[in-house]
Design a protein around this ligand. Structure first.
Ligand SMILES: [Zn+2]
Length: 308
């Protein structure tokens, strides 16, 4: 869903420059809610600083892994290039998904076996057999038998050389180098979602909105203008959601990713007196639903809170 933006300036740096399309929920997570309200510079800074981190978060990796059958296309894209760990016989191997296929990292075991992706294995064997002076017919016959062999069946290619197409088992995300998302992603999504409520009032030069813009511009994970609570639901489900949950005691936005990972973003000192927006994106059908509700009896605003 593409939301039309009423302003001419970037909602983060306030510069009046051409505006670029921003995914509120990162594209890497299948997000399709967009609005053109960021300048090129802020869009690229937030992309590098915030969106790039989502693929490294182990909670997100497990969520995508467990929802693979519901969201096969998104899972395939998300898994591309990601490190995995798996069993090959008694060996624990590592590798990455390339073009939808898990490819082992080539290595020699201490027993002298060469572990390789199958296509590379055929080439290596052919090269080594030729180097050892084996005649071409024997080489091709050996490779043909290897090709036709079942998984885990030992094939004698030539005297002194065997090959096995090993079964890959227990594939799991390799979490070395993984990193939990910082509070910047929920802050970014929450602030952009507030902008959808406020329209051009997001540009107001009051100290509360100003401090949020500073936190976003400078990539501050910890700042008195906001705080983020992390919560978990009981199971993964194929949807993302963003809801404005009210002004009690200040504006709060609830973000849910893959139905399970949730963040409650508290915007200190800010109250939003606009109808609430509730957004839901079903990842299995790619359907989106956006609803606006008038909050007639919202919590009274506390003194000192800017009224937006
Ligand atoms: Zn900007």
């Amino acid at each position: 869903m593409r939301i039309k933006w009423p302003g001419n300036s970037c909602i983060v740096c306030l510069k009046e420059v051409p505006l670029f399309r921003e995914h509120l929920i990162p594209k890497a997570l299948g997000g399709i809610l967009t609005c053109s309200f960021l300048c090129k510079e802020c869009n690229s800074a937030l992309g590098t600083r915030v969106d790039a981190g989502v693929k490294k978060d182990p909670r997100i990796r497990f969520a995508v892994d467990s929802l693979q059958s519901d969201i096969p296309n998104l899972a395939r894209k998300f898994m591309e290039g990601q490190p995995y760990i798996f069993q090959v016989g008694d060996w624990t191997e590592r590798g990455k998904f390339r073009k939808g296929e898990l490819r082992a990292t080539t290595r020699q075991t201490k027993e002298g076996a060469l572990i390789q992706p199958s296509d590379e294995g055929y080439k290596s064997n052919e090269r080594i057999l030729r180097k050892n002076g084996i005649n071409e017919d024997t080489i091709q016959e050996g490779l043909r038998r290897l090709h036709e062999a079942k998984e885990n069946e030992i094939v004698a290619l030539a005297p002194g050389r065997i090959a096995v197409k090993r079964r890959v088992e227990q594939v799991e995300p390799d979490l070395r180098g993984s990193k939990l998302l910082t509070s910047l992603l929920p802050l970014k999504i929450g602030y952009e979602f507030l902008a959808l409520h406020l329209g051009s009032a997001i540009y107001r030069q009051d100290s509360t909105l100003g401090r949020l813009r500073v936190a976003l511009r400078q990539g501050l994970e910890d700042h008195p203008s906001f705080h983020v609570e992390s919560l978990n639901a009981s199971e993964y489900r194929p949807f993302h959601g963003i809801d404005f949950v009210g002004n009690n005691p200040h504006a709060v936005v609830l973000i849910r990713l893959f139905g399970w990972l949730a963040f409650r973003v508290h915007f200190h000192g800010l109250a939003i007196n606009h109808p609430s927006i509730s957004y839901l994106h079903r990842l299995d059908t790619n359907q989106e639903d956006i609803q606006t509700t008038n909050r007639s009896a919202d919590t009274p605003r506390q003194s000192g809170q800017p009224d937006c």
